[in-house]
Design a protein around this ligand. Structure first.
Ligand SMILES: [Fe+2]
Length: 248
């Protein structure tokens, strides 16, 4: 028994202070928060104004319809799945959203500025999504950008965690090592429980999804992609300009 305890202790010491092992290729995820309830309330009002404006209009859906990129006028489908402005307009170019956009850009700049030069950083695009009870977003990435973000406008308890998934999860979990579990160790998911005013920034290539909203109230988010100038020449793709118009 004592020998077993010694072995366990020895093993724990080894796990905590590896002499030879280096864990490499980490992934940055920035998590911050704002206490500015007034701005949050004004962004909530803007989001609901979008919802109101879309009544009777074709609007993009989330939840099970997200992967199909369903856009519909069906108000029942909107109420069940939740709606997003992603397919309607780029809010960066909507004057009503200018102050909100500046607030989000400033917040993202503060969070990034200790390790990155954020001069010239802009919002490439921005959209709001309102998830009703049961609403969620399936796993996806933000193509063609470097850093993306989400700001939680309305996030009551149990509104659904966001789950980031290590894209090399297959390689990291396909082998079982010494009967101890997946090699090398630990989880290939990172879960964050949203709070009102929270902002999360992440590499745009990092797959993420959310659990369904069980808060009994809407979950409202603003999503955005940051534009660092020379690496994001594709911003017209999300500006509402069609391919034909953009070529003219
Ligand atoms: Fe996303």
């Amino acid at each position: 028994m004592v020998k077993l305890l010694m072995l366990i202790l020895q093993r724990q010491t080894l796990m905590q202070q590896p002499e030879f092992r280096n864990d490499i290729f980490s992934t940055p995820v920035w998590i911050g928060g704002s206490e500015d309830a007034d701005t949050r309330a004004s962004i909530e009002a803007l989001s609901y104004a979008f919802k109101k404006r879309q009544e009777g209009e074709v609007t993009g859906l989330v939840s099970e319809e997200w992967d199909k990129q369903t856009k519909t006028k069906d108000e029942n489908a909107k109420a069940k799945n939740g709606i997003t402005s992603f397919f309607s307009e780029n809010l960066v170019f909507n004057d009503d959203w200018a102050e909100a956009g500046q607030f989000l850009l400033n917040m993202a700049g503060t969070m990034l500025s200790d390790t990155h030069d954020v001069r010239g950083m802009k919002l490439g695009n921005m959209w709001t999504t309102i998830y009703p009870q049961g609403g969620f977003v399936p796993q996806h990435i933000h193509s063609c950008f470097s850093v993306s973000g989400v700001y939680y406008v309305k996030a009551e308890p149990d509104c659904g965690e966001i789950i980031f998934k290590d894209p090399s999860w297959v390689a990291k979990t396909m082998n079982i090592w010494s009967g101890n579990g997946p090699f090398p160790h630990g989880s290939t998911s990172f879960v964050v429980d949203p709070k009102p005013g929270m902002m999360i920034l992440f590499p745009s290539w990092l797959p993420h999804s959310t659990k369904s909203n069980k808060s009994g109230e809407d979950r409202i988010i603003i999503s955005f992609n940051l534009d660092f100038g020379e690496v994001n020449k594709n911003q017209l793709l999300h500006s509402g300009i069609t391919e034909t118009e953009a070529e003219e």
